[in-house]
Each structure stands twice: as C-alpha cells, then as structure tokens.
Design a protein around this ligand. Structure first.
Ligand code: AQP
Length: 339
C-alpha cells in the first residue's frame, strides 16, 4: 500500500521511573535535541503512565516527572521549539491505546523481550499494564501521526510492533490513516551498558547506583563512578577489532566516542596502548565537562516546580490541537456514534 505523505513529525518519550542516566542522555535525549529544527515538528513526552506499569511510590513519581522535565530542558530541549508534555495530561494517548489493545494480538505482546526481562520468572504476577505497554507506546506515537521516533537500541522491537499495529489498523479498516513510522536508532551510543557489567544495559532502575551515571550526579560522583567502573586487565587496543569480547572496554570507549563526538577509530588512535588507569581520568574529564552544567541546570529548574507545571500545561494545550482531531477521526473510522 502506498503511504500518503505525512508531515515530518518526531515523537519520543522517557519514563519518569528514576533519575535520568547517561544511557538515556546519549541514546535518546541528545538525538531529541539534534532533531529540533525546521525539518521536523518535535513532540517530547514524560511517559508517566508507562512508568506505573511497575510500582512507583506516588511521591517519587511526581518528583521524578518534574525532574525529567527539568532534565529535558537542561539538556537542550526548548519548550517553545518542541512540544513538551506529560503523557497523562493528554488523554488521547490512553484513549487510542484502548483501540490498539483491540487491534494488537496477544501473541504479538508475548514475543516482546522487554516484557520477559521486566516480568522475570514470575510473569503471572506482573501488571497487565506491563504486558500491554507496547500498545500504549504505539498510541503515544501514532496519536501524533509521528513519522520519526528517535530511541535507543532496546526500543527497536516496540517500534516494529508500532508499525505492525499501524499496518493492521489501516488494513482492517481499509484506510491509509496511520503512518508507518521510521525508527531513528543512530549515534555512537545506542546501547550504553552498565558500569558494573558490560553485558547489561545501563538502567535507571538497576539496584546499584554505581552501575550508572545519573544526570544529577556531581563532578566528584561522576569521576568516582568512572574510576570504579569494571574493566579487564589488558591495555586499550589501537583498532576496533581489539575491543571484541571485551564488553566493559567496548562500553567505556563507546561512551568516550559519543561524548567526544568522534568515531571509535579516531578515539582508538588517540588512546590505543593506554592502561585503564590513564584512560579513565580522560573519560571522567570529558563526562564532567558535558554533564556538570546539565546537573547544575536541573537543580535550578527543579527549585521552581510551578514553572515546570506551567510549561507542561502549555505543552498539553498545544499537543491536544494535534491529538484531539486524530482521535475523533479514529472513532469515526471504527464506527463510534459521533458526539
Ligand atoms: N542504556 C541505554 N543506552 C541507550 N539508550 C537508552 N535508553 C534507555 N537506556 C539506554 C533510551 O532512553 C529512552 C527512554 O527509555 P525509558 O526510560 O523510557 O525506558 P528504558 O529503555 O526501559 O530505560 P531504563 O533506564 O532502562 O528505565 P527502567 O530502568 O525504568 O526500565 C529510550 O529511547 C531508550 O531506548
């Protein structure tokens, strides 16, 4: 089916399920900032409804959502150029998710690796929300007719499902209503790994704070976490092939390259042959130079929660100009009585 042309629009979101990490920053937020500009309309979201698919203390959820908004702005998202929203402020996300729960198939959800990872062995006790999370994610994207979604590598499968849901809806109802969204998985750090285990993704919810760098960490904490990061005993190689089977070394070099904005080959020309004891201080300096100003700005912004709430209210108003007509059209397509 030939797709009609949709206006280029970017949507992406982050869960307020803890403090923002270097993984979120390099894998997602830096891309969000880069995509602001004349080429795209950009919508960025604090996905609080997703966060509660696993238990969140209400007080912590509230605090994390405002902190996340501050993190977005401190990292360079401009609330005038982008539409910055809280998912629960725009009810059409959840309303479209219900329609998609009726389009998506149980078997599709059962194949999602993130559900298997997060639900663990006792999946019968996981929330129903965690199981059908990808249908809400598809709704988040498609309620804006978003054409491009910048994400880290871990979200690839969910984006494929979003495309499947859009295609099935279009096919079942004989329309060309939803775009087939393009994932944008780019950059040198699409999968930043834990500082304690190079085979595990760096995550907000990892029980060990030493496994990640938080955007609110101060310079000393960043330097300490890098100093303590797990490594192997060999020196750094001069060629990318020398990083094979060395997940911790690969991860630290990837982080360095992403922060420096340089290809791995170039970085290895510079650091090849060094011991980790020499390389880690260089990495720490680079991380502090990029992250310390962000951390300072986050602290300043979170001291005025009423300003954050005002930005989010304004974002929701702007968003609903897009989402309300799209939902109305969906209801019409599926056969709901017009109001
Ligand atoms: N380690 C990572 N490397 C690269 N990208 C990452 N992202 C997350 N971790 C990394 C990207 O950040 C965006 C927002 O992700 P999220 O917070 O909504 O959900 P997540 O992927 O489940 O992130 P966490 O930190 O692991 O959260 P918890 O611990 O709550 O599950 C996405 O684009 C993601 O790819």
């Amino acid at each position: 089916m030939i797709q009609p042309s949709f206006a280029p629009r970017v949507f992406s979101g982050i869960q307020p399920s803890g403090e923002l990490t270097l993984g979120n920053y390099l894998g997602a937020i830096k891309r969000f900032v880069d995509m602001q500009g004349p080429e795209f309309e950009t919508v960025y979201c604090m996905v609080d409804l997703h966060a509660m698919t696993v238990w969140q203390e209400p007080h912590d959820l509230l605090k994390s959502t405002r902190e996340l908004c501050a993190g977005f702005i401190a990292s360079g998202i401009d609330p005038e150029r982008s539409i910055l929203i809280c998912q629960s402020h725009v009810p059409e996300h959840a309303q479209l998710a219900w329609i998609f729960n009726c389009v998506a198939r149980v078997g599709w959800m059962q194949r999602m690796t993130q559900f298997k990872d997060k639900a663990g062995k006792n999946s019968q006790r996981a929330s129903l929300g965690l199981f059908c999370y990808p249908a809400l994610m598809a709704a988040d994207i498609l309620i804006y007719h978003a054409t491009h979604v910048p994400v880290g590598e871990d979200q690839k499968q969910h984006l494929e499902l979003t495309r499947d849901i859009a295609a099935k809806f279009n096919h079942d109802y004989g329309v060309e209503f939803f775009p087939i969204t393009e994932p944008v998985i780019e950059g040198l750090a699409t999968r930043v790994m834990s500082l304690r285990d190079g085979t595990k993704k760096m995550s907000k919810s990892d029980p060990s704070d030493m496994s990640r760098i938080n955007l609110t960490d101060n310079s000393d904490t960043i330097a300490l976490k890098i100093r303590k990061a797990r490594t192997d005993t060999q020196s750094l190689p001069s060629e990318p092939d020398g990083l094979k089977e060395r997940p911790e070394a690969q991860n630290l070099v990837n982080i360095y390259a992403a922060l420096a904005g340089q290809p791995i080959e170039k970085v290895l020309e510079e650091i090849g042959g060094k011991q980790f004891s020499e390389f880690k201080p260089l990495l720490a300096d680079l991380a502090v130079a990029e992250l310390a100003p962000i951390s300072t700005k986050i602290k300043k912004l979170t001291s005025d929660t009423s300003e954050i709430d005002r930005i989010l209210r304004r974002g929701a108003e702007r968003a609903r100009h897009i989402t309300h007509p799209i939902l109305e059209r969906v209801y019409q397509i599926v056969g709901m009585v017009p109001k």
